[in-house]
Design a protein around this ligand. Structure first.
Ligand code: FAD
Length: 689
């Protein structure tokens, strides 16, 4: 039917009104991570690509878009897995999209025969991930209904899964709030809003348990037929016979083109690390089999800056032994230095690393090959197993939660080890390499709380990292962390060992084309809200056992520097705990130095858990100081907790509420509310992991 002029006028008015409504959220003043804008600037490189999701879906023929809000790559991973499964099992035309790459004003124009999925991680104190900040502000900042009472998003079908950690106060807040906001806007959720719990270690199983009923509900709603899933590669591997690993255009681990050309420039961020010289590195523990590193990273050659309390992201490389194991079991030994290009076989897929490159470089610098494997991934690999027995075993592992847990999880086996064990050493030469690019997370930077003060040393960042090691039953070699053992190798090299191999692990520490020679490490800075009060006379109470003391070293040094330049600083109390005063007492001498400057205004309270006949932790010491803690809080002291999220941070929270209840003679529920309010007003701050 033809529209008459009046119709068009009315429609245009409605459309403009809707656009205005939807645009408003964007400008509602909410403080932004200053970092977000530099992300956006870096993404200017994507100029020419549309930010219009509806247009994008139309031009690429998609009917299912999966948005992710991801900080450490897991949410992004799950998004890709949903995309794959939707395509292979239900023939959906799926695409994965970074929330930061699109605008949301026209979510209301997505037709009702399409579906939008949201895979959203909650970060830190119930915050959105960096790439989801704008979306979150937008979607939660809208009025519920348009003027004519039509639900704004009445057409929108959506699916939601959240990634959270129950040890944090705001468990899965992102997905909960986004789900609430979407429902309020009239959108229709399909299936439950799923919640994965990293705190309980059940993220993967929560995801698997959520997705099957969701697919069923979605299939029903959209009238989809389930079919036998056949593996369809998302990426094509092209052998580049005319190139060798020496050809200048071949990436050997360089993170982007600027690094390849030898002209890396800022902004340095999560897409572009600064190759920083390590000025100094040393061991902090006095024991043989445990290590804790202090490293000073020089950022003077870059435009990077930081503030006391920020985080440093370290970009690790995988240990040679695991790279070898992985390449060998895939029968890629002889091809490891062959040059290949990786091409996305469908327009919305992104190759997660620059090419042309080599298998060696991909595996060493870009894939999280040491990480836990997913049960679903093993099932995907079953059809490509070297023989019937391994095929059956992979299918069983993929399908049986308990069996998988006992065989794989408890031993912390990575993918290379799983394939070795299941195939009894036979090569897995039939698996398309694309399956690994799709199924293994991108190698992620690790964050470290900065342990220096920017007032004292604005161009040098220090970190305090405990080297990750876990002895596991039924496994000969302990599990060893990727990033911290790499840092340990760098430290050994800096301190005179030309061929460091901590615990038998070796690293390509000179980096691609020896570009990291002279002891360099790729890093970027992530700004955080964990900050000293702007008024230095305010008292501060800091709880930081173990490496949780890292940011407080920065805080204390900052106050020392202030005092030395004539400023008055308030009472500064630090609760520190470790096993023994003789083994892992971090920065013992430095606290004495601080005391000599700050005098009675600084106090260190220690808890050594293995020295008495009863274990004593920081929260016990806190309790013993109830009266004083309460008095300081009445004087508006700031309260900080850093370190272990799973137990310590929670218990400190509980103890603080007990202290307030007892000292102020109020019910515990009331005291808990006070603590909540302290958190909301930033008087109580956490930096926990
Ligand atoms: P990884 O290899 O990443 O392993 C880490 C853990 O993952 C293992 O212990 C294990 O539990 C699990 N895991 C890995 N692979 C497997 C597998 N195959 N199977 C089963 N489980 C597996 N650390 C500090 O020491 N100091 C700090 O100041 C500090 N600050 C931080 C601040 C923030 C905001 C965050 C988020 C973290 C911080 N961390 C800090 C922790 C740090 O980022 C790293 O997580 C830590 O150093 C371990 O890194 P890794 O690469 O050595 O270990």
């Amino acid at each position: 039917a033809e529209l008459d002029t009046l119709d068009i006028v009315v429609l245009t008015a409605i459309l403009l009104g809707t656009v205005a409504y939807f645009t408003k959220g964007k400008f509602w003043g909410v403080t932004k991570d200053p970092y977000a804008s530099s992300f956006a600037a870096a993404n200017g490189a994507k100029a020419g690509k549309t930010r219009n999701i509806v247009e994008k879906m139309e031009e690429s023929g998609k009917n299912c878009i999966i948005f992710y809000g991801s900080q450490t790559g897991t949410a992004e991973d799950y998004a890709s897995r949903l995309a794959k499964e939707g395509k292979s099992r239900y023939g959906l035309e799926t695409m994965v999209a970074d929330l930061e790459d699109y605008d949301y004003e026209n979510l209301d124009t997505i037709p009702s025969d399409k579906v939008v999925m949201f895979v959203l991680a909650t970060y830190g104190e119930g915050e959105p991930t960096d790439n989801a900040v704008d979306f979150y502000e937008f979607i939660t900042g809208e009025p519920a209904f348009s003027l004519d009472n039509e639900p704004l998003l009445g057409n929108l079908n959506y699916v939601a899964f959240g990634l959270g950690n129950n040890t944090y106060e705001h468990y899965n807040l992102m997905v909960r709030n986004v789900d609430k906001a979407l429902t309020k806007l009239g959108a229709h959720r399909i299936g439950d809003a799923g919640e994965g719990d990293d705190g309980a270690g059940t993220m993967e199983e929560d995801f698997l348990a959520w997705k099957d009923p969701m697919w069923k509900a979605l299939a029903e709603k959209m009238g989809l037929e389930e079919r036998e899933a056949i593996y369809e590669p998302v990426f094509g591997i092209v052998e580049r016979d005319t190139l060798t690993a020496q050809s200048p255009e071949v990436y050997l681990g360089e993170p982007n083109k600027m690094h390849l050309d030898g002209t890396p420039k800022g902004p340095f961020n999560a897409h572009n690390p600064y190759i920083a010289p390590i000025a100094e590195s040393r061991e902090l523990f006095n024991v043989k089999d445990r290590n804790c590193l202090h490293m000073e990273i020089d950022i003077s050659g870059s435009n990077l800056s930081y503030q006391t309390g920020d985080h440093l992201a370290v970009w690790p490389t995988n240990p040679g032994e695991e790279v070898n194991r992985f390449l060998s079991i895939l029968d890629l030994d002889s091809k490891r230095h062959d040059v290949i290009s990786v091409k996305a076989l469908e327009p919305t897929a992104k190759v997660p690393f620059p090419t042309p490159t080599t298998f060696d470089a991909i595996v060493r610098y870009h894939m999280e090959i040491c990480a836990p494997v997913s049960r679903q991934f093993l099932a995907t690999l079953a059809p490509f197993a070297p023989d019937e027995a391994s095929k059956a075993e992979m299918t069983k592992l993929g399908g049986d939660k308990e069996y998988f847990h006992d065989k794989i999880n408890v031993h912390h086996l990575n993918i290379g080890r799983v394939l070795e064990i299941v195939g009894k050493g036979q090569k897995w030469s039939n698996v398309p390499f694309s399956a690994f690019i799709e199924g293994i997370t991108k190698l992620q930077p690790r964050y470290y709380s900065i342990s220096s003060s920017s007032l004292e040393q604005p161009k040098k960042i220090s970190i305090t990292a405990v080297v990750e090691e876990q002895k596991l039953p039924g496994r000969e070699d302990p599990f060893r962390g990727v990033s911290t053992n790499y840092l340990l190798a760098l430290k050994q090299k800096q301190n005179g060992d030309p061929n460091p191999s901590p615990y038998g692990l070796t690293y390509e520490i000179m980096g691609p084309r020896n570009k990291y020679d002279g002891i360099h490490v790729p890093v970027h800075v992530r700004h955080s809200n964990f900050k000293l009060p702007s008024d230095p006379t305010k008292p501060v109470i800091m709880i930081g056992p173990g490496t949780g003391v890292a940011p407080f070293r920065g805080f204390v040094r900052e106050r020392v520097k202030m005092a030395q330049t004539g400023q008055t600083v308030g009472k500064t109390i630090l609760f520190f705990g470790c096993r023994r005063s003789t083994e892992d007492f971090l920065y013992e001498k430095e606290w004495e130095e601080a005391k000599s400057v700050l005098g009675d205004n600084f106090e260190l309270v220690t808890a050594f858990s293995r020295e008495g006949n009863k274990k004593v932790y920081v929260q016990h010491r806190l309790k013993q100081r109830s009266k004083e803690i309460n008095e300081l809080l009445e004087k508006k002291a700031y309260f900080y907790v850093c370190g272990d999220a799973a137990n310590m941070a929670r218990e400190v929270n509980t103890v603080l509420a007990q202290i307030l209840a007892e000292e102020r003679g109020i019910p515990e529920a009331k005291a808990e509310d006070i603590v909540k309010n302290m958190r909301a007003s930033n008087q109580y701050q956490e930096d926990v992991w």
